[in-house]
Each structure stands twice: as C-alpha cells, then as structure tokens.
Design a protein around this ligand. Structure first.
Ligand SMILES: Cc1cc2nc3c(=O)[nH]c(=O)nc-3n(C[C@H](O)[C@H](O)[C@H](O)COP(=O)(O)O)c2cc1C
Length: 204
C-alpha cells in the first residue's frame, strides 16, 4: 500500500465513495479543475462527445433530490439491503438522500449522440466507455484536491424525468450523478479483493 499522499497510486487506493459532504461551497476554480480532468479522458475515435452539467441551484437540486429519493427508497427496500456488508452503504446512501439539496455541487456527465439511439439504455451500455474514464478522472482529481465525491446512478432511474429537469436535448443522455463537496469524514483506503484473486495470466 503506497504511503505518499502525492502519489497517483496512493490517490487510487484512497478514492472512496464519499457520500457525507459538508454544505460549504466548492470554489468554482476547483469545479473547473474537476471538469478539466474529465475532459482529458479518452473517448471512442476521439469524438470528445462528453459534456458536463454542474448543478448548484437549489430548485434544480430539489427536483433531482426527488428523483433520487424515489430510486433510493426502492433500493433500500430491496430484500438484501439489511445484509451486514450492505448496512454501511445503506446508511450513507440514506444520508445522501436526506441531504441531497445541501450538497454544494452535483456533476452530471452527458454524452451527445449523432443520431437517436434505438434504445437509450442499450446505447448507454455500448457508449459508456466514452464517459466512465472521464468520471474516474473526476473522482481521482476530487480526492487529490481534498474533495469528496461519489459516483451514483440511482437518481437517473427515471431518465426522461432527469432529462427534462436538466433541459437536455433529445440527443444528449445523462450517465451519472456525482455529488461533490468537502467530506465530513476521513478518506480511508478502499476495500477490494486481493489482486491475486482477480488476475489471470494468459488464460482463465
Ligand atoms: C456503475 C456504478 C453505479 C453506482 N451507483 C451508485 C448509486 O446510485 N448510489 C450510490 O450511493 N453509490 C453508487 N455507486 C457507488 C458504489 O456503491 C461504491 O463505489 C461501492 O460501494 C464501493 O465503495 P467505495 O468506492 O467507497 O469503496 C455506484 C458505483 C458504480 C461503479
């Protein structure tokens, strides 16, 4: 485990989903740095077809919070949500649900299509490769700036409603909702399976 906070490897090993965030505003300069980092990510054929919406307006946040709440309540009611390994996540997800409007900035990565996808979810699965590297750049950069962030998707369960709130044109699809702010807690290391368990050389 790397110990120097300035190492990329350290940042990678300590970028956790930080859901409990302070309401203090995030300076625009830092938001700009996050999107700039996102913008350096690769896209298929270098189409550079990702864009970002930064939501700070309270009325907009209230509308997204409502969508998020409906989806989160369904997630919490799922039969395995009381499993001990999920208890911590569920508690943090509830906190995020209840404080969504107080979170200073909500980042939403979007992809612009050239033509109307036959099925937006199918298109999302196939095209997401041009969005997720940018998202990871945001999460890592937030961590390195001392900001907390969490990749969430539940709040987009009702995509047409989310698109309507965000005023997205027909050919622009949202992929994630990333609340960003100063963390209330400490950044711990991530907890993952040992690398020996996930690697196969030459064949499975
Ligand atoms: C595709 C994807 C969707 C996710 N959706 C949500 C979500 O809707 N809400 C949420 O709170 N976290 C969401 N997460 C975050 C994961 O729950 C989190 O990364 C995981 O529990 C590991 O936690 P850690 O990164 O803090 O170690 C999502 C992560 C991924 C990769």
């Amino acid at each position: 485990m790397p110990t120097n906070e300035n190492d990329l490897s350290y940042v990678i090993h300590h970028t956790r989903a930080m859901r409990r965030l302070k309401p203090d505003p995030v300076p625009e300069k830092l938001l700009h740095e996050l999107i700039d980092a996102a913008n350096q990510g690769p896209t298929g054929s270098n189409k550079q077809n990702t864009s970002w919406i930064v939501v700070r307006d309270v009325e907009q946040k209230k509308k997204l919070a409502e969508l998020n709440k409906i989806a989160v309540d369904g997630y919490i009611d799922a039969p395995d949500s009381s499993a001990p390994e999920r208890a911590g996540i569920v508690k943090a997800v509830k906190w995020q649900r209840d404080h969504f409007v107080d979170i200073p900035a909500i980042l939403i990565p979007c992809l612009t299509f050239e033509m109307l996808p036959a099925d937006t979810w199918q298109a999302g699965a196939g095209s997401g490769g041009s969005v997720w590297p940018a998202v990871q750049n945001v999460l890592l950069t937030a961590r390195s700036l001392g900001l907390g962030a969490a990749l969430t998707t539940l709040g987009l369960s009702n995509r047409p409603a989310a698109k309507e709130i965000l005023g997205l044109p027909e050919l622009v699809e949202p992929y994630a909702i990333i609340p960003v702010g100063y963390p209330m807690g400490k950044f711990g290391p991530v907890s993952r399976r040992p690398v020996e368990d996930v690697v196969h050389f030459d064949r499975w």
